[in-house]
Design a protein around this ligand. Structure first.
Ligand SMILES: [Zn+2]
Length: 140
């Protein structure tokens, strides 16, 4: 004899019981590991690649996660490296060239100010960009 299980079932379909309460969508409650479908708006699993209701592939599932801490650490070691890590090759090269100019400017003392400023901004930019990539705000 199987006792009634208390665990919340993940499957939306009714199990062995013949209860016919198939009313879905009356109250769209979203769990902690669930998201709304980008197409039809139904509640689906967060790591679901394709919506079971409308069959539309979810874009956010395919985005590559960037580590903001790693991006910042890369820019800490070498200005522009964090941008390259984020996939912004042109921006990273721009930072590297800018730092070369700042090194030359050190001979006229201006570089002593602009070099650390560019360095710090490069770390900050790499961190924030990685976060934005993860949030899907910008494409790498
Ligand atoms: Zn859908």
């Amino acid at each position: 004899m199987s006792s009634e299980e208390e665990v919340s079932s993940d499957t939306p379909e009714t199990g062995s019981d013949g209860s016919d309460d198939g009313s879905t969508g009356s109250s769209p409650t979203k769990g902690p590991d669930e998201v709304f479908c980008s197409s039809c708006g139904n509640v689906i699993k967060e790591d679901a690649e394709i919506c079971p209701d409308c069959g539309v592939r979810q874009k956010r599932a395919t985005t590559v996660e960037k580590n903001p801490g790693l991006a910042a650490a890369a820019s800490f070691l070498w200005t522009g490296l964090g941008q390259v890590y984020n996939g912004q090759i042109g921006k990273g090269i721009g930072f590297i060239v800018l730092q070369m100019v700042n090194v030359l400017l050190m001979f006229v003392l201006i570089g002593l100010i602009t070099f650390p400023l560019t360095w710090i901004y490069g770390i900050y930019d790499a961190y924030k960009t990685a976060e934005k990539i993860n949030e899907g705000k910008i494409e790498p």
